[in-house]
Write a protein that binds this ligand. Structure first.
Ligand code: SF4
Length: 87
């Protein structure tokens, strides 16, 4: 019984350590390249905001949440100006 509880605690700590080591995808829009096509925000509306005047895009986060990485990649691939950098 005690061994089982200790094992569960060990596994919990082990899983948390793995999370802390996780490297998050970074996202950035180059303002020099962005032409305001708005495709990125259509593909990933939770990751980008558009300027109300010219439609130019900025990323609303520096690090992409893990569950939105596919959206970030799709948005970057959809940008005709290749203004979105993922690293
Ligand atoms: S798709 Fe590219 S060029 Fe168009 S708004 Fe988004 S980042 Fe800018």
């Amino acid at each position: 019984m005690i061994a089982s509880i200790l094992y569960k605690k060990f596994m919990l700590v082990h899983e948390r350590r793995k999370e802390y080591k996780g490297v998050r995808m970074k996202i950035r829009v180059d303002p020099e390249k962005c032409q305001g096509h708005t495709l990125c925000a259509m593909r990933a509306p939770r990751l980008f905001e558009l300027d109300e005047v010219d439609g130019h895009s900025t990323a609303v986060v520096d690090e992409v949440p893990a569950d939105q990485e596919p959206d970030a990649e799709e948005a970057a691939n959809s940008c005709p100006e290749q203004a979105i950098t993922l690293s």
